[in-house]
Design a protein around this ligand. Structure first.
Ligand code: KIV
Ligand code: ZN
Length: 540
């Protein structure tokens, strides 16, 4: 990590006369900090490239002061992703701001996002600061951020529960100090569309210098109103929406990016403005996030859920056959949903596989393609029907054997009705030595995890385990996700197989391999809570 503040990232200042709605994606920060959604550096980079292709105007890549892993992920994204503004979050503290400036320094276009709480509750109980202290900190910190970067966003945390007059005063101070975007978060997901509309109308009329600013909404979904509130804010002049893929985020989540974007696209006359998102890339982005985190998207989720375009009832099907518009307000292809069908089988060649992967938004290089093709052939031998979801899993699932140092050469698990289960594994280390171990557990998965733990010698304190089918049918592949804590850090491994016990073994082995390597693929970014030096989350 560099040790001194760098020169300003050269960034154009926001143009308040440009009327399109900027999409500020915070999947990698607000989304990633939610339980169950943490990603390691390689996973964040992968998603960041897809967000760039999707066309997000700004991506909040992380909270660099939170941990060295967060810093290094933001820095890597700033280096590699050139088609979006890369933003880092900073508390209203000079140290946070300077760290963030260093992290985003390599970006083609960078932004520092400074936040401080403004509501009476937060001022009194969280900050123990009065109004004048909040104003002073805002001026000082925004000014410092602006010395380091031309593009500075200021957020008033819990803005929607702040006295409107005071909020307008804080925003005026932030603008005078050099902020270009003013974000009013509904941090606790409390307000209704009418209320947020009133607040944005008031702010645009009362903030000193409002005509120079881009107003932004950041809505949480505690009452299920995040998307409706974001749209109401747009109606009142907000021209940046902070949102996440699949609506992930703190507690009930943030406004869902795909829902906000499609509402604006489907109802252009109502809003009179649009986004620059390539909507055909929404579905692949949603799938990738789900695969990376091992968290399924609910079937009935708007836009990207499995049922979003399914017409099951006879009456609906009849109407659809006569005219699609009877029951469909947008086409599956508009959001990048290509028909899930049997596209490939055991006789398909590499070129066909590459083409289908490209249609799914996956463009592996030749070396990665070698591994994917080998795994495709192995899967086609086991599984009669290969679905798109299987292909995505193949492209995602790095062969843990290739990562090493441990390779699995034998696995046996047995369970007995009413009794415990047992498992045995044989692992080979890349230095040539072999280890065989057996263990018993509450079930076969537990037994296998214990056997891998014994064989590798890595203590795997399980914090979460998740298994889900990635495609359809009785022979569907299972994706196992294992979260463990080891030496004060959280680690995640994933495994894919048509056999769920094998998937769990591969996931455990991937974690053990990562721990053994202690480098390369970084651990998940959140430090374990025992690390007192780091802010646990942005909502500290
Ligand atoms: O919800 C919130 O207030 C936030 C801020 C840090 C922008 O996430
Ligand atoms: Zn938030």
């Amino acid at each position: 990590m560099p040790t001194s503040p760098s020169s300003p990232a050269s960034t154009p200042v926001a143009d308040a006369t440009d009327d399109h709605v900027r999409i500020f994606d915070t999947t990698l920060r607000d989304g990633e900090q939610a339980p169950g959604f943490s990603m390691n550096r390689a996973q964040k980079l992968r998603l960041a490239h897809v967000l760039g292709e999707l066309g997000v105007d700004v991506m909040e890549a992380g909270f660099p002061q939170a941990s060295p892993d967060d810093f290094s992920a933001v820095q890597a994204i700033a280096r590699e992703v050139r088609n979006s503004t890369i933003c880092g979050l900073a508390r209203c503290q000079i140290g946070d701001i300077e760290t963030t400036a260093r992290a985003i320094e390599p970006a083609a276009s960078g932004r520092i996002h400074v936040f401080i709480s403004t509501s009476p509750l937060h001022r009194e109980h969280k900050l123990r600061m009065d109004k004048s202290q909040v104003l002073e900190a805002t001026a000082r910190c925004v000014e410092r951020a602006r010395q380091l970067c031309d593009d500075v966003e200021f957020s008033a945390e819990d803005a929607l529960r702040t006295e409107p007059e005071f909020l307008a005063e804080v925003f005026g101070v932030a603008l005078d100090a050099g902020a270009t975007t003013l974000n009013a978060p509904d941090t606790v997901g409390y307000v209704t569309p009418d209320e947020i509309r009133q607040m944005f109308t008031y702010l645009r009329e009362h903030v000193r210098g409002a005509e120079r600013a881009i107003f932004s909404a950041h809505c949480h979904d505690d009452l299920g109103l995040a998307v409706a509130n974001s749209l109401a804010a747009i109606g009142a002049g907000a021209r940046q929406i902070e949102c996440t893929i699949n609506g992930i985020g703190e507690r009930a989540g943030n406004a869902s990016l795909e829902e906000v974007v499609m509402a604006l696209k489907v109802r252009p006359a109502l809003y009179g403005t649009d986004t620059r998102i390539d909507t055909r890339k929404l579905y692949p982005a949603s799938r990738l996030l789900s695969q990376l985190t091992g968290q399924s998207v609910p079937r009935n989720k708007a836009i990207v859920g499995a049922n979003a375009f399914a017409h099951e009832s006879g009456i609906h099907q009849h109407g659809m056959l006569r005219h699609r518009g009877t029951y469909e307000i947008m086409q599956p292809a508009d959001v990048g949903l290509t028909q899930t069908k049997l596209v490939l089988g055991k006789h398909s060649g590499r070129a066909a596989l590459r083409q289908r992967l490209a249609e799914l938004g996956q463009t592996p290089d030749e070396a990665a393609m070698d591994g994917i093709f080998a795994r495709f052939k192995a899967l086609a031998d086991k599984k009669r029907e290969i679905f798109d979801a299987d292909l995505e899993a193949l492209a995602l699932g790095r062969d843990p054997d290739a990562a090493g140092p441990w390779h699995i050469t034998h696995l046996h698990a047995a369970s007995h009705l009413g009794g415990s289960a047992s498992a045995s594994v044989k692992l080979t280390h890349e230095d040539g030595h072999e280890v065989s171990e057996a263990a018993i557990g509450d079930g076969p998965v537990d037994a296998v995890l214990r056997a891998v733990e014994r064989a590798t010698g890595e203590a795997l304190a399980l914090t979460d385990f998740n298994i889900r089918a990635v495609s359809e049918g009785g022979d569907a592949q299972g994706q196992a996700t294992v979260d463990v804590e080891h030496a004060g850090r959280r680690w995640r491994g994933q495994g894919f197989s048509t056999d769920i016990v094998e998937a769990a073994a591969l996931a455990a082995l991937q974690v053990a391999n990562r721990i053994a390597r202690h480098q390369g693929d970084a651990p998940t970014s959140t430090p374990a809570p025992s690390n007192p030096a780091k802010p646990a989350a942005a909502h500290a």
